[in-house]
Design a protein around this ligand. Sequence first.
Ligand SMILES: [Zn+2]
Length: 240
Amino acid sequence: MIASDNPYLIVFLGAPGAGKGTQTILTAEKFKLLRVEMSKLLEQHFAHAKSGEKIVVNGTDYLIADQLKRWHEGFLVEAAVVSKILEQKLKALLEWGEDIILDGFPRSVEQMEFVMDFVEKEIGKDRILIFYLDVSEESSLKRNSHRRICELMRHPVLSHSDTEKLTICPLDGSRLVSRALDDPEVIKVRLQEFRKQTLPLLDYFEKKGINVHRVNGEQSIADVFGEISGIMSLMISQEI
Ligand SMILES: [Zn+2]
């Protein structure tokens, strides 16, 4: 845990392939944060859903099967559904008093709005730390078209000059395999969705008075992590 009193919420934003997955794993390990991977949370939720199962948010029914279809086509699962699933998870985790790092949430202003009241009340605006990993669309496309994950823990390995010769996961030694999601047309849809839905979050957080730390994601994995670690360490030193 970073500090003795309330938990922190660390959020990573960035285009698909910006390196959010890799950097959240590194940051979580170094600073002892609980990592919540939104795609994994959704996958688990969907995998255990019974046929015809719904999620009810503010009186509206959302059929799980419809959400799953959207997801496979590269579109965002509806905000209310994602946010509801995340909020349930956060409620459980906050009872432990641990710092939390999110991977893959929020993807849109709408998603964030569904949980903002909860987060402000339970964590506090001053304890939300946002990182934006900035990469060009060209890098995003290139990295995603050759992206792999490891068999054992699903650690993401982007196509990157640092990683192209790897055949096993550097964290646990299991085999690296291609991801089913990463069809070129699906990647293009995800990039459009990022531009339309995720990028406006930068303004949204800044208007809320929450500072966004912009990090150049074109650098090597180690250099990106160096910058993030520096910002995290500075924050911790101010806390003590
Ligand atoms: Zn691994």
